[in-house]
Design a binder for this molecule. Structure first.
Ligand SMILES: Cc1cc2nc3c(=O)[nH]c(=O)nc-3n(C[C@H](O)[C@H](O)[C@H](O)COP(=O)(O)OP(=O)(O)OC[C@H]3O[C@@H](n4cnc5c(N)ncnc54)[C@H](O)[C@@H]3O)c2cc1C
Length: 306
């Protein structure tokens, strides 16, 4: 029987492991198949405090894991495949392994939706990004594209106009789905160039290890064109990794876990941290901050039970 089990090894889970480790709760952290989380998909992180010259995403995660291990956190590989939160202790299953725990911290993150192109995967962190706030700064005086037509894409595109010379908004329809106010703001900005009725069929050039352009296809005429670019931002939304908890924890309409009074979920003893409960900020530092909150909430919950 564990005091605390943490699901997820991104900044939220690792911070929760550090805090619960220092509280002598001997936490077990299940790393998941995407060990290290989203920061493993990027290169330089310039906005995590304490690293004036920036830090590689992978290195930051390694440092966090090392720090949590120093204070007694244990790590386990694999994905949790089933949970039973209807009774205590809570039960988690990883294939045929079964773990019981008094409290649970969910830090499963959210995955950015991708277009599904092989070139996109290869160039992620090398000119292809899913996070304008994170990577916009790298595209000062360059030309970029944002793919998508909803609020995420519109917000990303507007944000990128601070840096880029031109922001092409590539959308498969002939108008945006974004709210009217966002559409107006976008259309008034002279750096925005909408490319309607168009899909991206390929991103160039994986052999060079950087983005040099995109292949486009008109959805009505089928006409194919090439566009030179320095960066591509995929702005088609995020999917929180919460299918495991369907029917057991309260979620919003797109599946983000709902937390209240800090990190508490709808089940007492179950806490959530990081992107899995945050449709708004989705940053490493906010994930780490909420990991700290979940750890302190779990600690107080256990204390109150004694
Ligand atoms: C390309 C890119 C660049 C970015 N750059 C920056 C940046 O410069 N600065 C910044 O602040 N933020 C950046 N971000 C955002 C940042 O990475 C996220 O906000 C942060 O990683 C969220 O942390 P998290 O701990 O909530 O979840 P994640 O990092 O998403 O980690 C989720 C974890 O949950 C695990 N998991 C999921 N399901 C299961 C399961 N069933 N069982 C076990 N484990 C499971 C996964 O294996 C993973 O370890 C970037 C994101 C991307 C994609």
């Amino acid at each position: 029987m564990r005091n605390v089990v943490i699901i997820g090894s991104g900044p939220a889970g690792l911070t929760a492991a550090l805090y619960t480790g220092r509280a002598n709760l001997a936490p077990l952290l299940i790393r998941g198949v995407e060990a290290g989380g989203q920061l493993m998909l990027t290169t330089l992180v310039e906005n995590f405090p304490g690293f004036p010259k920036g830090v590689q995403g992978q290195e930051l995660i390694e440092l966090m894991q090392k720090q949590a291990a120093e204070f007694g956190a244990e790590f386990m590989e694999g994905n949790v495949t089933r949970v039973d939160l209807t009774r205590r202790p809570f039960v988690l299953e990883l294939g045929d392994q079964r773990i019981e725990t008094r409290t649970l911290i969910i830090a499963c993150g959210a995955s950015a939706k991708l277009l599904g192109l092989e070139s996109e995967r290869k160039l992620l962190g090398h000119g292809v990004s899913t996070c304008a706030t994170c990577d916009g700064y790298f595209f000062r005086n360059r030309e970029v594209a944002v793919v998508g037509g909803g609020d995420t894409a519109a917000e990303d595109a507007l944000f990128l106009t601070r840096y880029a010379t031109q922001v092409n908004v590539i959308h498969r329809r002939d108008q945006l789905r974004a709210s009217k106010i966002m559409q107006d703001r976008l259309m008034r900005n002279e750096k925005i160039n909408p490319i309607w009725n168009t899909v991206v069929t390929d991103i160039l050039d994986p052999s060079k290890g950087e983005v040099t352009g995109v292949k486009l296809k008109h959805t009505k005429t089928g006409e194919e064109t090439l566009k030179s670019l320095d960066g591509v931002f995929i702005g088609i939304g995020h999917l929180p990794n919460t299918s495991l908890f369907a029917g057991q924890l309260e979620m919003n309409d797109v599946g983000y876990l709902i937390t209240h009074d800090g990190s508490k979920t709808s089940v007492p003893g179950v806490f959530a941290a990081g992107d899995v409960q945050d449709p708004v900020y989705r940053q490493a530092i906010t994930a780490a901050g909420s990991g700290c909150m979940a750890a302190m909430d779990a600690e107080r919950f256990l204390e109150a039970e004694h």
